[in-house]
Design a protein. Structure first.
Length: 296
């Protein structure tokens, strides 16, 4: 039994309006979010659950508090008193230190990994600086787990935040170019070695802020192909795949900011019905995963 959490930054549930919602053009049909109804059933018998990201706090949902809530099950925005963008502040880092899903899973005896590979610059930073980076980075530091390198990417043991590696090539690194399907195969292979696997994809959020429809459609279709290949290759009787986000953005390019839309969340595979019934806000994701691991 394995649980895979794919965190996609800035992916909400938008309107059925092709002029503003690039998700409607997903060629795989996995991310075609035409409704906020829980009744939708997706390819590979997935369960669609739009989740609240506002968490009872006024203002637009943001990354630091949203990701902390998602990765810990704690209402980070409420504790901070507002939605906070960017990287976690000291209060959020303290929450992640105590309740990171990677930390809790490891403490409960489950083998876990954060599959994103990091560039050499990250490893040259001192620990204090590393602790001031993204929520996923802090979550992995809190768990005391190793970070994957570009050598792992070249060897097919990890994938970069841009799973095609084109960003790395533009920066001058010698790495293979991966089609979305090839990157997906690496994730599937890695999942066979762990009880819990986390992968973060944030190019969707960057594309959404650009308000460039062509770029946004390209990102959605890459992501759809990536997910389709994963679902084609994993044993859905033995594995659970959860796709979720921290706030809306790319689903409405009429706005340059984040949105108030619920975040797109889909559960496939084992325990999909039990998990989907537990999910109402992004805070429910971590507890649901830990409960699922305990059942397996």
């Amino acid at each position: 039994m394995c649980v895979i959490l794919i965190f996609v930054d800035g992916l909400g549930v938008g309107k059925q309006d092709f002029s503003i919602n690039p998700c409607l053009t997903d060629i795989t049909g996995l991310l075609t979010n035409t409704s906020s109804s829980r009744a939708r059933v997706l390819p590979f018998d997935g369960r669609f659950i739009p989740l609240d990201a506002s968490l009872g706090v006024s203002g637009l949902p943001q990354s630091a508090t949203g990701q902390t809530a998602l990765l810990t099950g704690v209402n980070a925005a409420q504790l901070v008193g507002r939605h906070l963008s960017g990287f976690p502040n000291e209060t959020l880092r303290r929450i992640l230190r105590q309740a990171s899903i990677l930390k809790l899973a490891r403490e409960q005896g489950y083998s876990s990994a954060f599959l994103n590979a990091f560039r050499p610059l990250f490893f040259s930073l001192d620990k204090q600086t590393q602790w001031h980076l993204s929520a996923t980075t802090v979550a992995n530091l809190a768990a005391g787990l190793p970070f994957f390198t570009l050598e792992d990417v070249a060897a097919g043991r990890a994938i970069y935040q841009d799973f095609t590696n084109r960003d790395l090539l533009e920066r001058g690194f010698e790495v293979p170019i991966y089609a979305p399907e090839e990157a997906a195969d690496i994730l599937v292979s890695a999942a066979s070695h762990y009880d819990f696997l986390l992968y973060e994809y944030f190019k969707t959020d960057h594309a959404g802020h650009s308000q460039d429809m062509e770029l946004c459609r390209e990102e959605i279709n890459k992501l759809g192909r990536f997910l389709h290949q994963i679902l084609s290759q994993i044993d859905l009787q033995q594995c659970t795949l959860i796709l979720t986000s921290d706030h809306g953005n790319i689903e409405d390019i009429s706005l340059k900011t984040h949105t108030y839309n619920p975040v797109m969340t889909i559960v496939w595979g084992a325990y999909r019905d039990e998990i989907s019934q537990q999910l109402h806000t992004i805070m429910n994701v971590t507890p649901a995963i830990l409960q699922t691991l305990a059942k397996a």
